[in-house]
Design a protein around this ligand. Structure first.
Ligand code: C2E
Ligand code: CA
Ligand code: CA
Length: 339
């Protein structure tokens, strides 16, 4: 195809003032002109296809289809709306309890963001966080999540001695961690919300650690001295090399749901999970099982001495009021304690 030849030609290195330059292109194509009445319309759709080609990874060719038109416009609309969501107070944190498998009590919560969209309903993170990450909007959103989660937990901890040891897990995104003043933001948030540093646990994905060892190393030192814990999120899904675990001495690993779900399938064994828990212990870390959905999984995790569990079997993520009801029940507080 002619477009492939164009791409190949454009990929060839060329010289500018003695420097070798390598570049790639993205091409959008409109394959039939029957529907169109003006050149502008053709260009607009070719542009949409090119935009899609860029998103798919540069050096791509994409042919326009009406479907694509809808997809791109939905994305553009969401991006636009996302820009106003913070000021319009449309974000909300849900809280999913993390249980101790030793005491069977709630040890803390993971804060999970939701978007109460005025027309599209309640949106889950995977419907908008990729756009937020791509556009950089994740920075103010991430800051809001951190502040909101810390101030909520601080309030709960002050309400009753039974809640004084609760902790909060906050997810972090790659872009957030790369900000030079990230640690300052954490310190400021802790001071402003009055939350003790050891109650905050930051979740970082394995791939973030592997891709940015220098940044993570620096972060580690500073957060460690502050007393904030770092946990590996989605453990086991990222990379084969485990040497980073020794190097960075994380506080905990969160074993990814996919491994927990294999545990009680017929013919499957829990060997992998056992090995992960054992390894965590050998390296002085805690293990938290994610996505626990069955009684069998919980019993097996207890047997394997995994310390913490989180999942739909125990509790789903819930809004603040539901989380307070849950705390009342689980912590034997008088009903209406939070009202
Ligand atoms: P994650 O950090 O792995 O969070 C756990 C996800 O698994 C949550 O989805 C939760 O609702 C879901 N989950 C919990 N227990 C179970 C279970 O037993 N079974 C199943 N099938 N799922 C379970 P959610 O809330 O849709 O969040 C998706 C992802 O979005 C999170 O995955 C996290 O990576 C990201 N995320 C959520 N909130 C934030 C945030 O505030 N900041 C950043 N950077 N990322 C966030
Ligand atoms: Ca997480
Ligand atoms: Ca996870």
């Amino acid at each position: 195809m002619i477009t492939r030849i164009i791409l190949e030609e454009l990929k060839k290195p060329f010289q500018i003032k003695g420097h070798e330059i390598v570049t790639t292109a993205s091409i959008g194509i409109v394959s039939s002109l029957a529907e169109y009445t003006s050149a502008e319309e053709v260009l607009r759709d070719a542009d949409i296809a090119m935009y899609r080609a860029k998103v798919l990874g540069k050096d791509c060719i994409e042919v326009f289809s009406p479907d694509l038109h809808d997809q791109v416009f939905l994305r553009l609309a969401l991006e636009n709306e996302l820009r106003h969501a913070l000021e319009n107070r449309e974000f909300e944190l849900y809280y999913q309890p993390i249980y101790s498998l030793v005491t069977d009590q709630i040890a803390g919560f993971e804060a999970l963001i939701r978007w109460n969209h005025p027309t599209r309903g309640l949106l889950l993170p995977n419907e908008f966080l990729p756009i937020a990450e791509e556009t950089g909007l994740i920075l103010p959103i991430g800051q809001w999540v951190l502040y909101e989660a810390c101030s909520q937990l601080s309030r709960w901890r002050e309400m009753d001695p039974a809640l004084r040891n609760l902790s909060i897990n906050v997810n972090t995104s790659p872009r957030q961690l790369k900000q030079p003043d990230f640690v300052e933001q954490v310190i400021e948030t802790l001071v402003e919300t009055g939350l003790s540093a050891d109650a905050l646990k930051l979740e970082i994905t394995e791939s973030m650690v592997m891709d940015n060892p220098v940044i993570i190393n620096e972060l580690f030192h500073r957060l460690y001295h502050l007393g904030v814990q770092l946990q590996v999120d989605d453990f086991g899904t990222g990379y084969s090399s485990l040497s980073y675990l020794q190097h960075f001495s994380f506080h905990s690993i969160k074993i990814d749901r996919s491994f927990i779900q294999e545990m009680d399938r017929p013919g499957r064994k829990s060997d992998l999970v056992r090995t992960m828990v054992q390894m965590a212990h050998d390296l002085g870390m805690n293990a938290i099982a994610e996505g626990v959905e069955t009684e069998e999984q919980r019993a097996e995790l207890k047997r394997l001495t995994c310390q913490y569990a989180q999942g739909f079997l125990l509790a789903k993520p819930m809004d603040r009021t539901a989380a307070e009801r849950c705390l009342e029940l689980e912590m034997d507080l008088v009903p209406g304690h939070f009202d």
